[in-house]
Design a protein. Structure first.
Lengths: 249, 286
């Protein structure tokens, strides 16, 4: 067995929860009105491995800690305790337009996003044609992206993320984008990425997506993994639990 | 701090890209583009020169050059700080999604403003050449000009240090940027831009024996010291004429400039240190 691409050991994350709005000097000065802070343990000891070439889907209700998990893997937040080891380069699939500047052209945005995902500008230049062709935005690539439709933006974002040759792809909700034909292209690309040894961790509420690409599912509930297994086994159990009224959550 | 600098070096390509993006975005949708970086100071200087020459009877030769030599660095300082204070909050969507050294956000804005400033200095030199053609006595080619890179380096350290500090603090307390604009407004009058540092030394309001002290305290403000130094280095010194009075120019005080250099480097270290301490909490501020 090869070394895992992602290794998590007893990962915990606590956030401070504020009850009185945004921070300001006011809250520093008005000590008698000091806002109350409460600890909120979002992840309470998560342990799992993901192997190269594997695609793992994380299921769970809103607030179960899925996005926090992705944030920790993307190194955007630091864990309170526990261990994270990710081998190779991670590329989060940026949600619509997070990394795009509306006034810059498609090409300029591709360069910027490629560099932020860890490529050099030379490497982006080598991949530019493939990205543009994959996203099917050739005709508009020199126009500012504020003129793009949301579909075009989503396609371009997806195309960049899958062409940076990352070792681990993190996907939050948006797995396949665009119309039916483009969706098929996305799935084909994801399969290709997996065949080449790429690892995917994704979070989705779309069970169809999960069935289609995931090799394994993890069920996250209130910061802990409560169940795991292949999608055909886990999804029925998960859906049955979701159909029941929430139990005191 | 060493590991942080190494990490920043690893991401230098991103820093360069961000600076390029910054320069492209700024004037992307305006017809005059970079000219706006020149028009604003030029209009200010023309207005100031007219007011001082005609209403305040300031007869100093080449007055506009003195104003520009101090106003251009002040403008760089002002925009660099105001921009970097907003830098992290402005890109918070990106910061929440993807890892990169967060200091790249304020640094790219400071470097972008710095490049604009250097270009503006280039145009300022053309102005000095034009003055030279009309007044052959005022030559723009002076040995003191060789000190310009040193001044630029000090200026950059100071702006980067305070900029990093403001960027980190403003992410938690948005009062910082309002506070900053007030401070910058006050500092504008506490810097020798509309008047001369010589006016401070010969102030009539202060008894004779304490003028030196006032002059020293005044120049402990690093921005004021830099404004004075830019003037001494860039513009040929000439007598200052206020109404019926004439004041001889004072040479640059290198000791005070040394103090400013030390303050600026200390500020850079302190700003970067503070930023690094706070940067992991940007996305999880309560």
């Amino acid at each position: 067995m090869s070394d895992p691409a992602i290794h998590l050991d007893d990962l915990r994350k606590e956030f401070m929860l504020s009850h009185s709005g945004a921070a300001s000097i006011k809250t520093l000065l008005l000590w008698w009105k000091r806002r109350t802070l409460e600890r909120d343990e979002v992840l309470r000891g998560v342990t799992f491995d993901v192997h190269p070439g594997e695609c793992v889907a994380v299921l769970g209700r809103n607030g179960a800690g899925k996005s926090t998990l992705l944030g920790l893997l993307a190194r955007v937040i630091k864990p309170t305790s526990g261990e994270i080891v990710v081998r190779g380069r991670i590329a989060p699939l940026l949600e619509l337009g997070a990394g795009f500047h509306p006034d810059l052209t498609g090409v300029e945005n591709v360069f910027f996003n490629g560099v932020i995902l860890g490529l050099t500008r030379k490497e982006v230049a080598e991949r530019l044609d493939r990205i543009v062709d994959f996203a099917e935005v050739r005709r508009h690539i020199d126009a500012p992206v504020r003129t793009y439709s949301s579909g075009m933006l989503a396609r371009l974002g997806f195309a960049i993320a899958v062409h940076v040759d990352a070792d681990v792809l993190l996907i939050d909700e948006v797995l396949a984008v665009g119309d039916y034909a483009f969706e098929q292209k996305c799935y084909a690309k994801i399969e290709e990425f997996k065949r080449n040894g790429g690892t995917i961790l994704f979070v989705s509420h779309e069970m169809q997506d999960v069935r289609r690409v995931a090799d394994r599912c993890l069920w996250l509930e209130r910061g802990r993994i409560v169940d795991e297994g292949p999608p055909e086994e886990l999804i029925p159990r998960y859906e049955a639990a979701m159909a029941r009224p929430t139990e005191g959550l | 701090m060493r590991s942080e600098i190494q990490e920043l070096w690893r991401f230098r390509e991103l820093l360069v890209s961000m600076v390029q993006r910054e320069l492209k975005i700024r004037y992307k949708n305006s017809a005059f583009g970079f000219l706006w970086s020149l028009i604003v100071p030029l209009v200010t200087v023309v207005v100031m020169t007219l007011v001082f020459k005609f209403f305040l009877r300031n007869g100093t030769e080449n007055f506009s050059a003195y104003v520009l030599a101090a106003y251009l660095p002040y403008m760089f300082f002002q925009f660099a700080l105001l921009d970097s204070a907003q830098s992290v909050l402005g890109a918070i969507q990106l910061v929440k999604k993807i890892y990169f050294p967060r200091e790249i956000l304020p640094l790219s804005l400071i470097i972008g403003n710095f490049i604009h400033f250097v270009l503006a200095l280039g145009v300022f030199f053309l102005y000095l050449l034009a003055v030279w053609v009309r007044h052959p006595g005022i030559s723009p080619f002076r040995a003191e000009m060789l000190w310009l890179p040193v001044l630029l380096a000090i200026n950059f350290c100071l702006a980067a240090g305070i900029g990093l500090l403001c960027a980190a603090l403003n992410t938690f307390y948005e009062d910082v940027k309002y506070f900053l604009s007030v401070i910058l407004y006050v500092t504008f009058f506490l810097c020798p831009i509309m008047y001369f540092s010589e006016d401070v030394l010969y102030s009539k309001m202060v008894p004779e024996g304490q003028r030196e002290l006032l002059y020293t305290i005044y120049h402990l403000n690093p921005i004021a010291m830099l404004c004075t130094a830019y003037r001494k280095v860039l513009v040929a010194p000439g007598p200052i004429k206020q109404g019926t009075e004439t004041i001889a120019p004072i040479p640059l005080d290198w000791g005070l400039l040394g103090v400013t250099a030390a303050i600026s480097v200390a500020m850079l270290v302190f700003g970067y240190w503070t930023f690094n301490r706070l940067k992991w909490r940007f996305v999880e501020r309560p």
